[in-house]
Ligand binder design. Structure first.
Ligand code: ZN
Ligand code: ZN
Length: 119
């Protein structure tokens, strides 16, 4: 892993809660012992950003396997599942709906099915 400063704006508990105490990637049940706060962005490519919007709760195995991939790359290429939406719902949880479409070429951004309906 890259040597980024730890997240300071949110506690591990808050990040876990936003992910409903499930690994953002494999949806495994999390507890304090098997949880890592993972970056959904790629800190090597996109600079070290500790913005809380990039902080998701991950199990140790997923975080290790993910390495320097983005969340989208990891879910798409390694887990081979539709990447989950990283937006926050109004009540403060990660949306996690499977998203399918790339918004921009060469940039791993996907559109939430919820957003698609309203546009
Ligand atoms: Zn996991
Ligand atoms: Zn969404």
């Amino acid at each position: 892993m890259t040597a980024c400063k730890p997240f300071t704006s949110k506690t591990t508990e808050e990040v876990m809660k936003a992910c409903r105490n499930e690994c953002f990637y494999c949806l495994k049940r999390l507890n304090q012992n098997n949880t890592i706060i993972d970056h959904t962005n790629n800190n090597k490519r996109e600079r070290c950003s500790n913005d809380e919007k990039y902080a998701v709760a991950s199990c140790k195995e997923c975080s290790k396997k993910k390495g320097d991939m983005t969340a989208y790359e990891f879910q798409d290429k390694v887990l081979q599942v539709a990447p989950r939406c990283q937006e926050f719902t109004r009540d403060g949880y990660r949306c996690k709906k499977p998203v399918m479409e790339r918004r921009r070429r060469n940039h791993s951004e996907f559109v939430c099915p919820k957003d698609k309906q309203t546009r």
